[in-house]
Design a protein around this ligand. Sequence first.
Ligand SMILES: [Fe+2]
Ligand SMILES: [Fe+2]
Length: 442
Amino acid sequence: MSLTLLVENNPRIESFYMLNLATWLGLEILPKKKAEFAIKHLETNASSINLIIVRSIIEKEESAKLLIEFVKQKALNIPVIVIGPGQEIPGSFAQVPNSLQLKVVIQNAAKALNITAKDMSAKIVPNYFPIPIVYFKVIKRSVCPVYSQDIDDSKKYHLALDKMVEFDEKTIGTLIEQGMSHLYINKLDRLDFVNNVTSELITLLEGSDLSVDEGISAADKSVELLSRKLLTLGVNEETIALAKKNIDVMRKNSKSNPKLAKLLERLLSNKTSYLFKHTQILTYVALHIIKNIDWGNAEQEDKMSFIAFFHDIVLENDQQAMIKSNLELKKANFAPAEKQLVERHAQMAAEFVSKYPHAPMGADQIIRQHHGTLNGIGFSEHYGNNVSPVAVVFIVAEEFTRIILKNENGTLDRGEMLRELKETFPTSRFQKIIDILQKITF
Ligand SMILES: [Fe+2]
Ligand SMILES: [Fe+2]
């Protein structure tokens, strides 16, 4: 049996690394909390290890360096992947500075072990896919039905947990006491399930444990999770707490990156979703306008970050987020339900916000009308004269964000971008707001 040694001291990160590496690549993981324990294992059992994944620094100790030196010294033929920020260490197979970029970690692990996509698709996966039962202790509900194996007949399975129905730790505790080590899900649900558990665990990570880049990746995952939860659970204590946390992160990111280009670069280098980039840049731009407008104050800043966060919250993916006209929606290759979601996203988001306790005054109305229609259904290119000043700021900020993201990989020519913006909104109410953007620092 070949094992992958994972050296990571954060139990949550260890947990979702194990789950993902097992699910995506079929790896068996031996977790160790620090370099010393990993080296101890290697001293006697090096031949059983096929790969080492190690956090660069654990509690001020240079764990990755220690392990790479050991591997070199003993002339072991084991690739070492380093995760976490820090200087590149000679002799590593690969280094992934943002340890929450799981995809990159998985790709590198596959490369190190010569596992191809073809190998993975040829792999036979059992119909009932086993998940170690401990993972059910970190979630409150499962995104798919969960089964248990019959004690007497291992070919029989019984429904143990319903899809999206809340269960408590006690239920899982009882199953563990009964000697159950795994629960099972339909193999077709496995990637969705793993993705969801990963998002839950990433959302639980403390900001203080993360680098700035990792913080951005964590927020990206967390917002995606919230969007899904709002659709299934609605506004409740859990979704409100998650929303508050994420609005805070978006504001902090706007403040801690005074230059727009720097913030954009961070979002790009961490490969966040379009939806996340859109919300984050929009928050930045809208806050910039509020800061420089005569009626701007702290209350308006709160309102703006709130609206920016919620306006597209029900959208599920980047393709949906890029639609901005009825024609584009018509042409898009969406299933009917998806089309309806995009068409009604402004209305749906506004409804959530109207149920949100102490939402800023009028936020639901601006969200409902953010695509120019009064009822929040569909898209209109023409904004009526009766839109409020806050709505005008939001509409301008959103269009400017779209133009910025359209140019994200080229040079950001402020003059050119503002010209485009002025052409879109020729009336003086809008032009006044656009003028404020002259002062934005790139
Ligand atoms: Fe939007
Ligand atoms: Fe929208």
